[in-house]
Design a protein around this ligand. Structure first.
Ligand code: SF4
Length: 689
């Protein structure tokens, strides 16, 4: 430990598009303050309140100080253990499970707790691939969007934040940059001040929606029909850019055929919009250039999610919005880099069982040949983040399941584990962090020594590999060695700039103009407006709408959107008090509900108990509970995901979080006796119509 005060330049690796550059002030070996720095000009010296508080995670009560092993069976206690004992136990269990069932009975489970290149898909991938475990399809987020955007454009970087100021029309669709990707907001405001029009398409009246010229508060799951109506308008009004289409795209006729049924009136009816307002947006998009669409991840989380993204991202091609600064679309900029983990993993992916992570409950309870006997969780908190939460919890409670959780804090999943391993935070080890919102990659440097006995992911998976006699992991056992290996697989000038300056910008430049500086990464370099292979894989076909799942019993749509308190479920341990369910006052009145009531939100899959807040910014017939809650944040230990089915999106096998349909009723708390309290519903389970 170093005495005195110093500052360390590093980067935020959490699952957020911005990858802010950070200045961490350290005093006597402890984190004193975390601020934004100027290293990355997009960060511009400020960061979100979430990461300003990150020190509370580093030193908080929930931090895991040392390895733990459960003694006394499923209901026994987690007791302090040595790393040697914990890793020895895991290794011997992996071997005995492989011998009895086959290595496919082991399921590694990870997702997005960090976007650092070292924390995932390095020594962990080598270990699990060499051992022959089941494979995980990481589908809980972004798979429908990445599948759709790849099919259309291949890898093509999007419009960067700073170029929004050149746009005369900005459409923010299914994104809330006030909560995630906050550094886009000032650029949108600057564009508005310069005269740009802003349209927000979102079921919620977000802060940005309040400042927009037009807010289309569509029903959840209907983005696809709204986008198809815009396509139909462009084609039918001769506003499609035929010259651009014939030079740079294929499949326009097929798209036109599929869009033909979606008149403005019909789409507005299905989406619950004013048809005149929708037509006005169509005219604006046809008339105004440069026009940019910020496509978020909110529109993918339903049965039509892949087709929604496909339809939205196809709009700039049909309308011919590329080729000018401030024109085109932004989605993910991960296409700015050519390297992939396959460049350094060095072990081929085996042809073992592939498990869609959205089916975790099914995998733990229903899968056979072999049944899942070990779940190895890292960078993830599936007890609260996966669909059909009650089935996931039932699976995690299995007596014969051996669960390992490797995490920084005692998550809800860690609390159910047989072995818990303490992980370093990004303030305690090296990493490399590419931004998926911008075209940069930065070096994360440790600001402090590891807290307690925490160790970096790369070290632990390397040691476990060595214990299992797997040769691929022998040559690098520390984060520094892994850092050198991963940068060694990058082009020389990328690696040297990253190591020298701490930040490197992709060769496409920080602000590429689409179709000038960057072009589609498809095989023929054209936009594939109707990717045939994807059409065959999509149950209802491309550019098709699947009906709303609302029923008479469950008439309310539940949205669980990101907030300014957590990044997915990271930092959920810092929430104080129960989360509240938000409902429009008119919906509450029909049910006789008021702000402050304790309510029961339910459907056939489960129920969530929490206080109610009346919120006129909610769309009618739509209720909202925050994404990323831990079990302690509701009154009955269930999160919104207890009400979400594990059906999959039309494209990409994603989660259908926003397809949850529910009813809400008041809960009255009555004292049964001096010691016990029970909850019951004042209203019957009959829905209010
Ligand atoms: S979570 Fe996002 S906004 Fe917050 S510090 Fe990290 S990258 Fe920046």
């Amino acid at each position: 430990m170093k005495w005195g005060r110093s500052t360390v330049d590093t980067v935020c690796p959490l699952d957020c598009p911005d990858a802010c550059s950070l200045e961490v002030t350290v005093e006597n070996g402890k984190v004193l303050r975390i601020d934004g720095s100027q290293t990355h000009d997009a960060t511009n010296g400020y960061i979100c309140g979430k990461v300003r508080r990150f020190g509370e995670r580093v030193y908080g009560d929930a931090r895991i100080p040392h390895p733990l092993i459960r003694e006394g069976g499923r209901n026994g206690e987690l007791r302090k253990a040595s790393w040697d004992d914990a890793l020895g136990l895991i290794a011997s269990r992996m071997e005995s499970i492989r011998d009895e069932w086959s290595a496919e009975a082991i399921l590694p489970f990870s997702y997005g707790g960090s976007n650092g290149l070292l924390t995932q898909d390095t020594t962990d991938a080598r270990l699990f691939r060499q051992f022959g475990t089941s494979r995980l399809a990481r589908t809980v987020c972004a798979m429908p969007t990445s599948t759709a955007s790849q099919a259309l454009y291949g890898k093509m970087p999007g419009v960067t934040y700073a170029d929004y100021r050149y746009a005369r029309l900005i459409i923010v669709w299914g994104a809330n940059p006030s909560s995630s990707g906050i550094h886009l907001v000032p650029h949108i405001k600057a564009a508005q001040e310069a005269g740009a029009a802003l349209v927000v398409i979102d079921p919620r009246r977000t802060n940005l929606a309040k400042q927009a010229d037009i807010h289309l508060a569509l029903k959840p799951g209907t983005d696809v029909v709204v986008a198809l109506a815009l396509h139909r308008f462009l084609f039918e009004q001769d506003r499609a850019d035929e010259e651009f289409l014939s030079a740079h795209a294929s499949g326009a006729e097929r798209l036109r055929e599929r869009a033909a049924e979606w008149t403005i009136d019909r789409a507005a009816d299905v989406a619950g919009l004013d048809p005149e307002l929708l037509e006005h947006v169509a005219e604006m998009y046809a008339d105004i250039s440069p026009a940019v669409i910020r496509c978020g991840w909110g529109l993918e989380r339903n049965r039509n999610g892949g087709n929604a993204v496909l339809s939205v991202l196809a709009l700039p091609t049909v309308a011919g919005k590329f080729g000018v600064r401030g024109g085109g679309y932004s989605m993910s900029n991960s296409g700015a880099w050519t390297h992939t983990p396959e460049d350094w993993i060095g072990v081929a992916e085996p042809d073992t069982r592939l498990v869609n992570m959205n089916h975790l409950g099914r995998a733990l309870l229903d899968y056979r040949d072999p049944p899942v006997q070990m779940l190895f969780v890292y960078n993830c908190n599936p007890a609260v983040t996966m669909p059909n939460q009650n089935r996931v919890l039932e699976g995690l409670a299995r007596e014969d399941l051996f669960t390992v959780v490797f995490d920084q804090v005692m998550t809800d999943t860690a609390a159910l584990a047989d072995v818990v391993l303490p992980a370093t935070t990004f303030l305690e080890s090296y990493d490399i962090v590419p931004s998926y919102g911008l075209s940069t990659m930065q070096l994360a440097k440790p600001a402090i020594d590891a807290v307690g006995e925490a160790r970096p992911n790369v070290e632990v998976f390397a040691e476990l590999g060595a214990r299992l006699g797997l040769d691929a992991n022998h040559d690098h056992a520390t984060d520094v060695e892994a850092l050198l290996e991963v940068t060694g697989a990058m082009p020389d000038e990328v690696a040297s700039t990253l190591m020298d300056a701490g930040i490197v910008t992709a060769s496409t430049g920080g602000a590429p103009i689409q179709f000038v500086d960057v072009t589609p990464g498809t095989p023929d370099g054209k936009v594939q407006l109707f990717p045939e292979a994807l059409d065959h894989q999509t149950p209802a076909g491309l550019y098709r709408y699947q009906e709303d799942p609302t029923t008479d019993d469950y008439p309310l749509s539940l949205i669980s959107a990101a907030t300014d308190k957590t990044i997915n479920s990271t930092l959920g341990e810092l929430r104080r008090g129960p989360a509240t369910l938000h409902m429009h006052p008119a919906d509450a009145e029909r049910r006789g509900l008021s702000t402050g009531d304790t309510v029961r939100m339910f459907n056939a899959l489960g129920e969530v108990h929490c206080p109610l807040t009346l919120n006129p910014d909610m769309r009618r017939s739509t209720v909202g509970l925050p994404k990323g809650l831990w079990r302690m944040s509701t009154l009955n230990g269930s999160t919104a995901n207890a009400l979400v089915s594990d059906e999959l999106t039309d494209i990409g096998g994603g989660a259908v979080f926003n397809d949850a349909r529910v009813e809400v009723a008041r809960v009255v708390t009555v004292a049964l006796d001096s010691e016990n309290v029970a909850e019951w519903t004042a209203d019957s389970d009959e829905p209010v119509h």
